[in-house]
Write a protein that binds this ligand. Structure first.
Ligand code: DX5
Length: 215
């Protein structure tokens, strides 16, 4: 039985001047809330510093996506907010021991631990820890900005990972909308991040339902 699909709206595309109102508008239909933390070094953009995330009021489980050069320091900080999940990028932590240590530290801090790979990064790059993560994030855009186009070639990594790890939570992020969501789910993703598709929609609950119903 295929695992049901979780929808995690990304607030990167929300109106940041009314952030808590924006979050309220999707609270009853979303499963998680994804927060894109960007340091301006790992990606050419800055977003959601800790001090801003501290002001967020929501009952949704927080999914912290660390697009930062130093994810272990960031993870320590964000764990104090008791998030559901923290994901770091394999490209920011090259050594297996360091990856293992960070996965353990995140879990010890009470969150599930995810690893993300960018479009150019092969699945083989994370073969050392893929069997130990709680979540695999396969990016379908080059990280840093919302509203980019979906890169379909990454789907083969999802299919491969799903074949090897039938119960792993596999998340996709970047250019996910009602046209690409079915491709993600068919490939084996069971957790979808969407920013612009949801926050640009006139009816956000319906937009979220359309992503879920494409399963
Ligand atoms: C990295 C960010 C974005 C965002 C989703 O760039 O992680 O992928 O969450 O943006 P959309 O759904 O607008 O592509």
């Amino acid at each position: 039985m295929a695992p049901s699909v979780l929808i995690a709206p990304s607030i990167l595309s929300a109106d940041l001047s009314r952030l808590n109102e924006e979050i309220k508008s999707i609270e009853s239909s979303a499963d998680w809330l994804q927060i894109d933390v960007m340091d301006g070094h790992f990606v050419p953009n800055t977003a959601f510093p800790f001090t801003q995330v501290q002001t967020i009021q929501t009952k949704l489980p927080l999914d912290i996506h660390l697009m930062v050069e130093n994810p272990s320091e960031a993870a320590r900080e964000f764990l104090s907010l008791h998030p559901k999940n923290i994901t770091f990028h394999a490209e920011a932590v090259q050594k297996t021991d360091d990856r293992r240590a960070l996965l353990q530290a995140i879990r010890k801090g009470g969150a599930t631990a995810g690893i993300a790979i960018n479009p150019p990064t092969p699945l083989s790059d994370i073969a050392d820890v893929l069997g130990e993560v709680d979540l695999l994030l396969v990016m379908s855009v080059h990280p840093g900005f919302g509203g980019q186009s979906f890169i379909p070639s990454v789907l083969e990594k999802v299919t491969e990972a799903r074949k090897r790890y039938p119960t792993l939570m596999i998340q996709m992020d970047g250019g996910v909308d009602d046209a690409t969501a079915p491709l993600c789910i068919r490939a084996g993703a069971n957790n979808l991040v969407a920013g612009s598709f949801i926050f640009r929609a006139a009816d956000r609950a319906q937009a979220i339902a359309s992503l879920r119903s494409s399963s």
